[in-house]
Write a protein that binds this ligand. Sequence first.
Ligand SMILES: C[S@@+](CC[C@H](N)C(=O)[O-])C[C@H]1O[C@@H](n2cnc3c(N)ncnc32)[C@H](O)[C@@H]1O
Length: 261
Amino acid sequence: MQHAQPSLPEPDEISASHSERVASYIGARIDEAGGTLGFAEYMHHALYAPGLGYYAAGATKLGAEGDFVTAPEVSPIFGRILARQCAEVLGELGGGSILEYGAGSGRLARDVLTALDELGVLPERYEILEVSADLKERQARFLRAELPRLFSRITWIDTPPTGHRGVMIANEVLDALPVERFRRSENAIEQLRVTREDGRFAMTSAPAPVRLTDYVGAIERALGEPLPNGYVSEASLGVRDWIGGLADSLQQGIAFLLITA
Ligand SMILES: C[S@@+](CC[C@H](N)C(=O)[O-])C[C@H]1O[C@@H](n2cnc3c(N)ncnc32)[C@H](O)[C@@H]1O
């Protein structure tokens, strides 16, 4: 099945050549996988392919100079409000650390730490778990310049720590996790997969794996009826594992998982 191409402005030469490299990388992954990729895998490569994916390549993504803004990019008020919550939790626990997932430009870390410093309730450590190597570098550059006195408290980690005490923060991270796409047909759930046709990406479908069928089944049971025939939507199957990992790590404290509705 071929989807209609949306009408988008022509990219400049550099963006067009980058886009070609990304497409050729994903094309090679599709070939390696035997001709199709599940949408979540496709999305994962598009976002995180080393040096190529949206979050892994060098372009400015967040803020006025980038493609989109999030609350911390708009104003420090968001971080200051969150810091008051952190102060309450750290106070109750008599100390502890903050772990931020997916710290973007580093602005939220700066605003939270600045406000906590003013309140006299600094965390023992401010840990950042960021999947993008490019963003890690940007965060470190930004935070070293903005918070020279507090920089030594900030560390970057690759996996959730064991026995975290304190606060966890993830702003607009859950909605950046790769999703599967599915279609309800008369007697089954189909998984929408990405393939190549005439040198372009195209959608194709296959019987859904059990995990996806179960996921849609749970939605239909909650609705009390099947989704309409032909209904197409997304399923973030990674969220459950992601939250499971976070819950295993959090020994005592609170996790603030924020998404924009
Ligand atoms: C939409 S941006 C939000 C950035 C920042 N939190 C903000 O509010 O501006 C999503 C961020 O989550 C990161 N990310 C995506 N998946 C992640 C994961 N599984 N663990 C940690 N970070 C992740 C991305 O690299 C990026 O930094």
